[in-house]
Design a protein around this ligand. Structure first.
Ligand code: SAM
Ligand code: SF4
Length: 330
């Protein structure tokens, strides 16, 4: 079967958060203090995740991204990815990481069919990196970046654009794509920062980011992307890689969205901006059969919001966005 929502969008892509914990404190993602990490028994076990991924791949999902929190903070991540890789219905297995603990595992990741890695890197300046992430790990992350290049991974650099913080680094970050075969993706900042603070709007939306790139690379031109891609990609003269802009707050790509998420606590989300729609962990722990879980998934996918604006509205006024991206999975 192919899982499809009521608007005819096929669901093929699962983002799976394996932990809410992290070894950075990126200020756009979580506050510095006062975070309550969840006890282990509230997280899905690896066995539960493998079973859920099997259920989803039996419903047509063929692309899975492992995310978090920081995935490598969870013990024996490689063992888990190895088991997941045994599921041959997964055509594309990928990972998003901050690169701090990643380096020693790169060759094993290759052996687990991971070809592509998203590395979060919001600054090319050690001090600014520290200001954003509140940790002194810049050199470590850059070493990971270079080793990923040496090992031949397809690399996407994720950079959240923040006014007055790293907007002066848009061009230097884009120049990474000039000098290396990487895709540098600029992400609009979203309100998932774990503070509940109201996010009135953003200063750096996709239009302004593109204008900035055009001012430095006048020949910048769009590259065709897959219809369900979240990023609009561009190339420019002599670039070894490309740049992309992800209108994550403007939500320009919802019409073709093929993604669902499982949070670290085993809740399913059919839209990042929506609320949790199905407690998969509860179903597993009640001992439900795969068929029952599949039926429940079909039901919530049939009620999926048309786009992120509708999903946000459906949360209601008592449940404004404010949770950390580390819990949902980026
Ligand atoms: N810890 C890993 C990392 O940072 O790559 C994986 C999890 S992190 C939540 C996944 C992605 O979400 C990162 O690239 C991060 O930049 C992005 N992200 C987190 N909070 C965000 C926010 N408020 N707005 C936009 N992107 C955000
Ligand atoms: Fe951690 Fe990733 Fe969130 Fe930064 S963006 S605090 S690295 S989970």
């Amino acid at each position: 079967m192919q899982l499809t929502d009521q608007f005819g969008r096929e669901i093929r892509y699962l983002r799976l958060s394996v932990t809410d914990r992290c070894n950075l404190r990126c200020f756009y993602c979580m506050p510095e203090e006062g975070i309550h990490f969840l006890p282990k028994d509230q997280l899905l076990s690896y066995e539960e995740m493998i079973r859920l991924c099997g259920i989803f791949t039996s419903m047509g999902v063929d692309k899975i991204r492992i995310t978090g929190g920081e995935p490598f903070v969870r013990k024996d991540l490689i063992g888990f990815i190895g088991s997941l890789a045994d599921n041959k219905q997964i055509k594309k297995l990928s990972l998003t990481t901050n690169g701090i603990l990643t380096r020693p595992y790169l060759s094993q990741l290759k052996a687990c069919r991971i070809q592509q890695i998203n590395l979060s890197l919001d600054s090319l300046d050690a001090q600014n990196f520290h200001k954003i992430t509140r940790r002194d790990e810049f050199d470590n992350v850059m070493s990971t970046f270079h080793q990923m290049l040496d090992e031949g991974f397809a690399i996407k650099i994720n950079a959240v654009v923040m006014p007055g913080i790293n907007d002066h680094e848009i061009v230097p970050l884009a120049e990474l794509a000039m000098n290396y075969p990487v895709s540098v993706r600029f992400i609009e900042e979203m309100p998932f920062n774990g503070t509940g603070s109201v996010h009135a709007g953003i200063k750096w939306d996709h239009v302004r980011i593109l204008a900035k790139l055009k001012s430095r690379f006048p020949d910048i031109s769009p590259v065709p992307a897959a219809p369900n891609s979240t990023s609009q990609n561009y190339t420019f003269y002599k670039a070894m890689g490309d740049v992309g802009i992800i209108a994550a707050f403007s939500r320009t790509f919802c019409g073709t969205c093929d993604r669902i998420r499982i949070t670290s606590t085993g809740e399913m989300r059919t839209c990042l901006y929506g609320h949790n729609v199905l407690d998969l962990k509860a179903l597993l722990r009640q001992g439900e059969r795969d068929e029952v879980i599949r039926d429940s998934i079909v039901r919530v996918v049939q009620k999926r919001a048309r786009d992120g604006f509708e999903a946000e509205k459906l949360r209601g006024t008592n449940n404004p966005i404010g949770e950390s991206m580390s819990v949902i999975g980026g």
